[in-house]
Design a protein around this ligand. Structure first.
Ligand code: 13P
Length: 251
């Protein structure tokens, strides 16, 4: 059985104080759901205060990005080594907003995945098609290419610990969630592709999240799908009650 993983992507919201308060409020709710990994991914300037607030808690800390070097002259960037020092155990990599606004390509995503693994950060690798690509029936081509790119030169042993988040771009922040059937179809394709590359055993062990307008009222039907092992939640992760309801999904 794959252990479910629910992660909140706080994007560029909240102050360090607000983030710490949200983490403190969420920690007991996450602790009460001992069968699920629960992660919050605040913006960089919040990592220290949220990390302190979560010291010793079962609620885990993740970052939203990293630069694929341990250190160096890279103004404005943050290294995996720094993120680990702040208490991060996860890092979102290749989010569609980074691909869209910061022109991140698959090769750069791959370099970030390798850097995260080197520092024992669990990558949450995001892939997903735009509305235009879906309408042109390119979903599997795009998702397949993003997956191949991200996992280039990654071993089966490494892959087993990586989380893949399928986030259709048209579902992010729009309120238009993919139907459970649409999401399951792509998740099954992702697992099939991972199985071809790494073998069935590894593919069956890997956790696949769905992201894109996950809310308290749709999480149960998404989590009921056989290849959906978790959720990557944006807007609904910023409020205690809605995120707590999501991590308390029922299957
Ligand atoms: P929303 O849940 O706000 O649609 O955001 C999804 C997302 O981008 C999570 O990474």
């Amino acid at each position: 059985m794959r252990r479910p993983i629910i992660a909140g992507n706080w994007k560029m919201y909240l102050t360090p104080e607000e983030g710490a308060a949200l983490a403190v409020a969420l920690a007991p709710r996450a602790a009460a759901r001992a069968d699920v990994d629960v992660v919050v991914c605040p913006a960089m300037p919040l990592l220290e205060s949220v990390g302190r607030a979560l010291a010793g808690a079962s609620l885990k800390l993740g970052a939203q990005n990293l630069y694929p070097m341990a250190e160096g002259a890279f103004t404005g960037e943050a290294s995996p080594k720094m993120l680990v020092a702040l208490g991060c155990e996860y890092c979102i990599i290749g989010h569609s907003e980074r691909r869209q606004y910061f022109a991140e390509k698959n090769a750069f995503v791959n370099a970030k995945v390798k850097a995260a693994l080197e520092f024992d950060l669990t990558p949450i690798v995001c892939i997903g098609e735009t509305l235009e690509e879906r309408e042109k029936k390119l979903t599997f081509d795009v998702v397949g290419a993003q997956l191949e790119g991200a996992f280039e030169q990654i071993s089966a042993e490494q892959a087993a610990g990586i989380v893949v988040a399928y986030e259709p771009v048209w579902a992010i922040g729009t309120g238009h969630t993919a139907t459970p059937e649409q999401a399951q179809e792509v998740h099954a394709f992702i697992r099939l592709k991972l199985g071809r590359k790494y073998g069935d055993k590894t593919a069956q062990a890997m956790r696949l999240q769905y992201g894109g307008s996950v809310k308290p009222d749709n999480v149960d039907s998404l989590m009921a799908q056989p290849d959906i092992d978790g959720a990557l939640v944006g807007g609904a992760s910023l409020k205690v009650d809605s995120f707590a309801r999501i991590l308390n999904f029922k299957r």
